[in-house]
Design a protein around this ligand. Structure first.
Ligand code: C2E
Ligand code: CA
Ligand code: CA
Length: 670
């Protein structure tokens, strides 16, 4: 094979290599680089075109003068392709660096510049057969020079601008390949400009073409490596971001619950000492609403910082575990944990005072005793904090014994919920009688639970738990339903009717749907509203006096009667009571049963209050004839108590015989 054949072969291989690189550019790289890689692919396709066309020109040179014009055209297209190749690479670089959309004008400018350049390189001497040297100088020499400069510029730009994923192997290989391409093109140009420097021998040219081919192949490999690395970097960055999101509370910048548990899991074993301290920002929503979310987040951040201060070697992590709760994990147990918790609490409390607005915080903590999981300890600490806050304390340590009774409560409330649907609950009725005549005035419905294993339970055994666990709404609705049913049955049977009072929990009293629910039940059972009385405790009404008083007004407007129960046992002032317009006051049992004069004095005062307000008064818990006598003397018009009638499933008698009353007044039992 002679040198010319080698040259032809090398040029053909270069064309193939360039086309292959176009394909490679298309095949690799992430979708984020879609535009860049299309430009690069097009650019290398154009380079392939250049090699193919210059090969054609070369072959046409030997084909005779009749092919001269075709040869000129193919040279023109070859030069255009080469310049387009350089222009597109430049464009791709620019797009990748500036991350901007491709402007049409820019593309047009690149194409026009390539065309103009090609005309300048091809036209001079094109039709002059004697001007072969000029043609070679322009089409080979100047072209190589321009190409060398362009590749060098590309290499410089790449060198100056560090890619986002850092300078990797692929990056250096690409740089090296462009450098070599620039070098070989420069040497190629020098063959034409400084002919003496290197002998213008075909062998030299062939070696140069081989160098160019190898540089192109190097560039292909380098691009493959680089794009691969780049794709991987993008994927890794995404994974890291996703992981961060899972473990981070974005708003505050603190770790979240998952993040804290993960950190604990990573740095401790199941036997390692571990203490979790929880801080609750009281009335957080109100503060956020009033002082703004930015203030609230800054407050959380600073409180988190305070919790993390001190004894750094024991600190495992601080996190925002709820919208208004922070937690800190400490690698300590025993007295060490107690001391550490106290120190952190002090830091946080000091910080809470200096946030521009004093913030109330409460704390709870739990110390690992028997390989408890971190999540369990966190829940325990939260529970202790809730208890502390509910009982007005600043901090409480979680006690497992307490947890057992809490668990019992959870269990009993679950059973109670099932009991509602299984007829284990029932009502007993207790009569309220006229103090003078012993005639039945009204009836109070009282709930009971026949527990499958614990037997008959009085309301005191299960209502407090129901209250704490949000079940009172269900229970009150159940009682309302049963009371109305019982009244309807009696009515349908033509039996005498008196109003029935039912007890209403605080939650139901303040519930927006109460009035409508009562109205619906009365309508469904065809009952006049005056047959229903709702007993409201003073303390329930005082939770929100304004709301309570408007609900009471709405109920009374409906025609339903309202009684104030357990009067005198709450914390309300008389001025608050003044605003609650009720139909009846019920004097609490404790005043009637109180042997000391003070309780009796209060009972008498309530009776007098009722008289002057024109409100009915009932004395509860009348157990002895002596108490009855006192109630009568104090002018209490209605009485309720075991002396007169004990609660029972049966309807109370229409009249009872009262001690000190003429016999024979009893009404026939129903
Ligand atoms: P309360 O509303 O003050 O009900 C009166 C309580 O005093 C009843 O206890 C009744 O059995 C009891 N009692 C009546 N007369 C005497 C007496 O002469 N001596 C003594 N020692 N006790 C007497 P009970 O049935 O155990 O109810 C306790 C509390 O449970 C009630 O106090 C009421 O607050 C609540 N409750 C009862 N049933 C219901 C209900 O259906 N719904 C709601 N929300 N609460 C209820
Ligand atoms: Ca009551
Ligand atoms: Ca009562």
């Amino acid at each position: 094979m002679d040198t010319l054949q080698v040259l032809v072969l090398l040029t053909a291989l270069q064309a193939l290599a360039a086309f292959a690189m176009g394909g490679i550019a298309l095949a690799v790289g992430g979708e984020r680089l879609a535009l860049t890689k299309s430009l690069v692919a097009l650019g290398f396709a154009a380079l392939g075109g250049y090699f193919a066309l210059s090969l054609a020109s070369f072959l046409l040179a030997g084909a005779g003068p009749q092919w001269a014009n075709t040869r000129t055209l193919s040279s023109l297209l070859a030069q255009f392709s080469n310049l387009l190749h350089l222009g597109l690479l430049g464009l791709a670089l620019w797009i990748a660096r500036h991350r901007q959309p491709l402007r049409k004008r820019l593309v047009v400018a690149v194409v026009l510049a390539a065309l103009a350049g090609a005309l300048i390189l091809t036209l001079p001497g094109a039709f002059d057969l004697q001007a072969g040297a000029l043609r070679n100088l322009l089409r080979l020499g100047v072209r190589s020079l321009i190409t060398a400069l362009a590749y060098a510029a590309i290499a410089l730009v790449i060198l100056r601008h560090r890619p986002p994923e850092g300078r990797s192997l692929g990056y250096w290989l690409v740089l090296c390949a462009f450098g070599l391409l620039a070098l070989f093109n420069a040497v190629n140009a020098s063959l034409f400009f400084v002919p003496d420097w290197l002998p213008l021998a075909p062998e030299a040219s062939a070696w140069l073409q081989l160098g160019l081919l190898l540089s192109l192949l190097l560039l292909a490999i380098a691009m493959l490596v680089w794009l691969q690395e780049r794709t991987q970097a993008v994927v890794e960055a995404r994974t890291i971001t996703a992981e961060r999101m899972v473990h981070l509370d974005e708003a505050s910048g603190l770790a979240n619950r998952n993040g804290l548990l993960k950190r604990i899991e990573d740095s401790t074993g199941p036997n390692t000492p571990l203490t979790l301290l929880v801080l609750h920002v009281q009335r957080f929503a109100l503060l956020e609403r009033t002082l703004g979310p930015a203030w609230a987040l800054e407050a959380l951040r600073r409180l988190g910082e305070a919790l993390g201060r001190g004894r750094p070697h024991q600190l495992l992590g601080v996190a925002r575990v709820d919208s208004d709760r922070l937690a800190v994990a400490i690698a300590a147990d025993g007295s060490l944990a107690d001391a550490d918790v106290l120190a952190r609490r002090r830091e946080a409390e000091n910080t809470a005072l200096t946030l521009g607005h004093p913030v109330a915080v409460s704390f709870g903590y739990a110390v690992r005793q028997q390989r408890e999981a971190a999540a369990t300890l966190l829940a325990s600490a939260c529970l202790a904090q809730e208890k502390a806050e509910a009982s007005g304390m600043r901090m409480l340590r979680f006690e497992p014994e307490q947890a057992r009774s809490d668990a019992d409560e959870v269990e009993i409330v679950g059973a109670l919920y099932r009991a509602l649907g299984e007829d284990q609950l029932f009502l007993e009725f207790q009569g309220i009688f006229e103090a003078g005549s012993g005639e039945l005035d009204s009836v109070e419905a009282l709930i009971r639970w026949r527990h499958p294993s614990q037997g008959l339970l009085p309301p005191g055994r299960f209502l407090p738990a129901a209250e704490r666990n949000g079940l009172m709404g269900e229970i009150d609705a159940w009682v309302l339903d049963r009371v109305c049913r019982r009244l309807r049955e009696r009515r349908e049977q033509g039996l005498p009717l008196v109003p029935v009072a039912m007890n209403l929990s605080a939650g139901s009293l303040l519930d927006a749907g109460l009035v409508a629910a009562v109205e619906a039940q009365l309508r469904r059972n065809g009952l006049p509203p005056s047959l229903l009385e709702l007993e409201i405790t003073e303390s329930a009404a005082m939770l929100d006096p304004g709301r309570a008083s408007s609900v009471i007004d709405a109920l009374r407007a409906l025609g339903v009667r309202v009684a104030l129960d357990d009067l005198g046992t709450g914390y309300s002032s008389l001025s608050h009571l003044r605003d609650l317009r009720s139909d009846r006051l019920k004097i609490d049992r404790s005043f009637i049963g109180d042997p000391k004069p003070f309780g009796r004095a209060i009972a008498a005062a309530i009776a007098a209050l009722g008289r002057s307000l024109g409100t009915d008064v009932v004395a509860e818990g009348v157990e002895t004839p002596e108490q009855l006598a006192f109630c009568r003397a104090a002018g209490v018009p209605k009485l309720q108590g075991w002396l007169l009638h004990r609660p029972s499933k049966e309807w109370p008698p229409l009249r009872v015989a009262l001690p000190g009353q003429a016999a024979g007044g009893d009404a026939p039992p129903i």
